[in-house]
Structure formats: structure tokens, C-alpha cells
Design a protein around this ligand. Structure first.
Ligand code: ZN
Length: 323
């Protein structure tokens, strides 16, 4: 017998009360079954402290090509001292297992799992997968941090999406030592929105670029999780503040091309731009410039396109408007 996932127990639903205090356990949650009758397992790590306390849940890769959150979750469980932990830390390093294999953002039926939460109990392929993620795993959390990255063809800063009008999520966001925080009330269909509907305060961490592991950003993400554990009185570690305060944005939006062509976006992520500054140029296939694009107002670059070939309506950059 070949054991591919060391000491992992197969379960059908997360049950935190049955786990003994002072243990870190690994689970394979048989969430759904594939087209040849084989189980699709969602891996879960649980660290249950010696003392009672909050339950913090960490989820990554709900978009199957967004990988930086996976090592963040793996490493936090290597770093915590289970003897000193209060409460329970739950990590789901890869939510969207079928799409992780395919290196794709979307689920196997083409749907975006982070647009259809909390799914449907008797729904179609993606709806039932979404519903079981929320009801078999997420509903057991007191707090949720959902880790993402930019999408294919784009790069991101290390930024947070959080409802900054809510005291709990505001504090969670400020503890992450991010470069940018965007005030963003949870929208319908996202995992963050589904959690907040269950009165689980939740934030989204956008940790850099897709399809890769970025060491520096993974370290920054870890520091933020350690800070949050300390703030929730789950550990006694001191809170590590970043040297540079995050840029707080009251809103953000994408700017799109209004004609097709070969796109160059000039500012880097986290750069500030002034109103009317040239932010991008677009060229035809002969190398002649078609036009420049200008910043519509002062802002900070949250993310940008790095994919040159764009037809009309291509994304240029994600502009944050500081408070
Ligand atoms: Zn994502």
C-alpha cells in the first residue's frame, strides 16, 4: 500500500469537537465524487489548542491557479506551537482541487466558484461543490481569511479586500501588513460574502501573482496570519507591524482599453499616479502607436495587465483611490 498523504484521515464533514486538544491532524474531506466514481478529496489541516478559544479558518486556491496561499497555510502549521495555541486553526490549502490540477481559475463546468457562493445543496456541478465547501467546512469557523492572487495575465500588489466599515474585518485587514487595503463590502457570490452572511468576519488577501510561489510575499502573508492569531488571543506572539503603513483606498476599479492592440502598461504595482498621467500605450502589429491612456484621477496601482495582446475591452490596470 502506498500512502500518499501521511496520516490523513478520510472524512465526509469537518467535525472539530471530536479532535483531541493539543493535536495537529490532517484530513481528506471526500467532498464530491468524480465522473468515474472516485472521491475528490479536499485536504484540511486542523490544529486544536490546549485551551479553548476562537476558530480561525484559512482557505486558498478557490481559484485553481492562485497558488501563493498554499505555502502560507502549509507553513503556519509548521510554525505554531500547539502547546501554546488557544482555540483552533483550520487550513484548507486548496479549495478548488479539480481546477488546481488543470492550473485554471474556473471550475470544471466553466463557473467561477467565487461568484456562486454559497452554492446550492441540490444544484449543478459547481453549485453543489460550493455548497458543500461552505456547509461542511466554512460554517465551523469564527473568522475567515481567504487567500487569492491576481488572475492569469495580470500581476498584483499584496493587498486586502475588506469591509473597512465593519470593526472586526477592519482590524483583521490592518493586521496583515499589506501594501494596500481596499474598502470593499462583501459582494454576493464570493466566499467572503457567504462567510459574512453566516456572521463569520472575513477578509480576502490578494497575495501577488498567479501560477507561482513568490517567497517574499509568502513571508508577508505569514506575518499577517501570525498577527491575527495573536490579536485573537490564540497565541502570545507579539504583533509585528510593517515599516510602511498600508495605503488605504476607499474604492478601486479597473480601467479597460477602448480599442484593440498591443498593450504596454507603464507604472509598476504600488506606484502612485497623478490625474492625466500616461498610464499605458497601445500599438498595432507594425509597432506604430495607436494611442495613450491617461489616469482618470490620482490613485495607486493595485494590479496591472502583463498580457500584451488585447482586443477592445482588455484590462489595463486596477486603480485604487486613496482615502
Ligand atoms: Zn482569486
Amino acid at each position: 500500500m502506498i500512502n500518499t498523504a501521511k496520516d490523513a484521515t478520510v472524512i465526509r464533514e469537518l467535525n472539530l469537537t471530536d479532535i483531541p486538544e493539543g493535536e495537529i491532524q490532517r484530513f481528506l474531506l471526500h467532498l464530491v465524487t468524480d465522473g468515474i466514481g472516485m472521491p475528490i478529496y479536499v485536504p484540511i489541516i486542523v490544529a486544536k489548542g490546549m485551551k479553548p478559544g476562537k476558530t480561525l479558518g484559512l482557505t486558498a486556491a478557490i481559484h485553481g491557479n492562485e497558488l501563493n496561499g498554499i505555502p502560507v497555510i502549509q507553513r503556519i502549521f509548521k510554525q505554531i506551537n500547539i502547546q501554546e495555541l488557544s482555540g483552533t486553526l483550520v487550513g484548507v490549502p486548496a479549495v478548488n482541487i479539480p481546477s488546481l490540477h488543470r492550473k485554471r481559475r474556473r471550475f470544471i463546468d466553466g463557473k467561477d466558484l467565487n461568484h456562486i457562493m454559497p452554492g446550492e445543496p441540490d444544484g449543478n456541478v459547481s453549485q453543489v461543490y460550493a455548497w458543500r465547501i461552505v456547509n461542511y467546512i466554512i460554517k465551523h469557523f469564527d473568522y475567515l481569511v481567504d487567500l487569492h492572487t491576481a488572475s492569469f495575465g495580470r500581476v498584483n500588489s499584496y493587498y486586502i479586500r475588506a469591509d473597512m466599515d465593519d470593526a472586526a474585518t477592519r482590524q483583521m485587514a490592518l493586521l496583515q501588513n499589506a501594501q494596500i487595503i481596499v474598502h470593499n463590502p462583501p459582494s454576493d457570490g464570493t466566499l467572503r460574502g457567504a462567510a459574512e452572511d453566516l456572521e463569520i468576519p472575513a477578509i480576502t488577501l490578494e497575495v501577488g501573482n498567479p501560477n507561482t510561489f513568490q517567497k517574499g510575499l509568502i513571508r508577508d502573508g505569514l506575518t499577517g496570519i501570525h498577527n491575527l492569531l495573536s490579536y485573537l488571543n490564540m497565541t502570545n506572539d507579539s504583533i509585528e507591524e510593517s515599516e510602511e503603513a498600508p495605503v488605504l483606498c476607499k474604492k478601486s476599479y479597473w480601467i479597460y482599453t477602448d480599442t484593440g492592440g498591443i498593450l504596454t502598461v507603464h507604472p509598476k504595482v504600488t506606484d502612485f499616479v497623478r490625474k492625466a498621467e500616461v498610464i499605458a500605450s497601445i500599438y498595432d502589429i507594425f509597432g506604430d502607436k495607436i494611442k495613450d491612456y491617461y489616469a482618470p484621477e490620482d490613485g495607486v496601482i493595485i494590479g496591472k495587465s502583463v498580457s500584451p495582446i488585447n482586443q477592445t475591452g482588455g484590462r489595463i490596470l486596477h486603480l485604487g483611490i486613496p482615502v
